[in-house]
Design a protein around this ligand. Structure first.
Ligand code: GAL
Length: 376
């Protein structure tokens, strides 16, 4: 994927846009007014079907948060008349292609697509467009004629991770060797995470080994980490940039199995429960918390607004503009992210209702939790 072609321009604050849209729709004054993107879909009532295609199950976010939140939000926005037709591709791009074609055959009203392979799915996006079904790229920027895109600020995710590594290494960062464990090459977000991280790290640390991890799979990250350990030497690895939590777990495993005396700083992303627990225990340096409720709710609002022809609401939800390698000026919303460390677990995942203190502070982590503000 050519990330140089992928630019995001901000023309508004995502959160403000979302709030404005909600209040407009609550007044009931916006039905049918306004432009609202390229494909003119018939205006429908509440009896709608949203097709939801998610990419994998390994990462817990998809089935634990994205799907249930979108389902609930669609129901709420349609007085319980609308439904979500959900499928998961389990990391198989061909399977996702068939799933999308099935959605077209089933004549769903709108599609939310989180692509396994952003490039190869473009031909199916075109088919949906030809059938008059709007496609909204969810979390990953699918290529082809999509109507809108919602994601987190993915370059910022990488920057936050990169900055954390520099902070952890302190003043003598330059002489230290680090390993980069990047995500899957078929996922455009992975390229943006990497680009963001490199913008912080380049020239400031010695990136001794760097890997793109097939399918984001922890087992592949583990094998790569074992290779890095033998190439660099266990004691010479000062930190590991890991693009997500699943891989961070595998990296830490490999380091421990190799006999490391103190785990070096390892980054992550997604605030998965076991990663939050590793942060509590001091095994993982940080994660990146992305508010799934915020992304998923806004995606549901966008989908319903699009189908119901609520142009002003749709425009208010998509004030940013993004270019993909195939399309320009895609109406977008970028949701902000925060670095998750010991200090803000209570203010982020706990406050947002993602996990309870009880879920995080199980018997194994009780004593570590006792010294962390908000988890005592
Ligand atoms: C990315 C997504 C992350 C994570 C990753 C796989 O595209 O933004 O949240 O799911 O894929 O772990």
């Amino acid at each position: 994927m050519n990330t140089r072609n992928t630019r995001i321009r901000r023309t508004g604050i995502a959160l403000a846009a979302s709030a404005a849209a909600l209040s407009l729709s609550a007044c009931g004054v916006v039905d049918g007014i306004g432009g609202g993107g390229s494909s003119a879909s018939p205006k429908k009532g509440n009896d709608i079907t949203v097709g939801l295609l998610l990419p994998e199950k390994e990462n817990s976010r998809y089935e634990k948060f994205d799907y249930p939140i979108i389902k609930q939000q669609v129901a709420e926005l349609t007085h319980k008349k609308g439904k979500v037709d959900y499928v998961n591709a389990e990391q198989d791009a061909d399977k996702q292609s068939s799933q999308l074609q099935q959605m077209i055959a089933d004549k769903v009203d709108v599609i939310l697509l989180d692509a396994v392979d952003a490039k190869s799915i473009a031909k199916d996006v075109q088919k949906a467009k030809d059938a008059g079904i709007p496609v909204i790229a969810y979390d990953r920027l699918a290529q082809g004629p999509i109507d809108a895109y919602i994601s987190f600020d993915n370059e910022l995710v990488g920057q936050v991770q990169g900055r954390a590594i520099l902070e952890a290494l302190g003043s003598d960062a330059e002489s230290r060797k680090i390993v980069m464990m990047n995500g899957s090459v078929t996922d455009p977000n992975a390229a943006q995470f990497k680009e963001g991280a490199l913008s912080e790290l380049k020239g400031k640390v010695n990136i001794a080994e760097s890997y793109d991890t097939k399918d984001w799979k922890p087992e592949n990250a583990k094998a790569n980490m074992e290779q890095a350990i033998s190439a660099i030497g266990l004691d010479k690895i000062a930190a590991v940039y890991s693009a997500n939590d699943g891989m961070a777990g595998a990296v830490i495993d490999a380091l421990k199995t190799a006999g490391v005396s103190k785990v070096p700083p390892v980054t992550g992303q997604d605030a998965e429960l076991d990663a939050v627990q590793r942060v509590v225990a001091g095994d993982q340096y940080m994660s990146v918390y992305k508010s799934y409720p915020q992304e998923a709710s806004a995606a549901a609002e966008m989908a319903v607004a699009k189908v119901q022809g609520r142009g002003i609401e749709f425009d208010a939800l998509t004030r940013d503009k993004t270019d993909s390698p195939t399309n320009k000026d895609i109406p977008s919303q970028m949701v902000p992210v925060v670095a998750l460390t010991k200090d803000n677990i209570a203010d982020t995942v706990v406050d947002d209702g993602i996990y309870t203190v009880k879920q995080i502070c199980t018997a194994k982590y009780k004593s570590a939790c006792a010294s962390i503000t908000g988890l005592k």
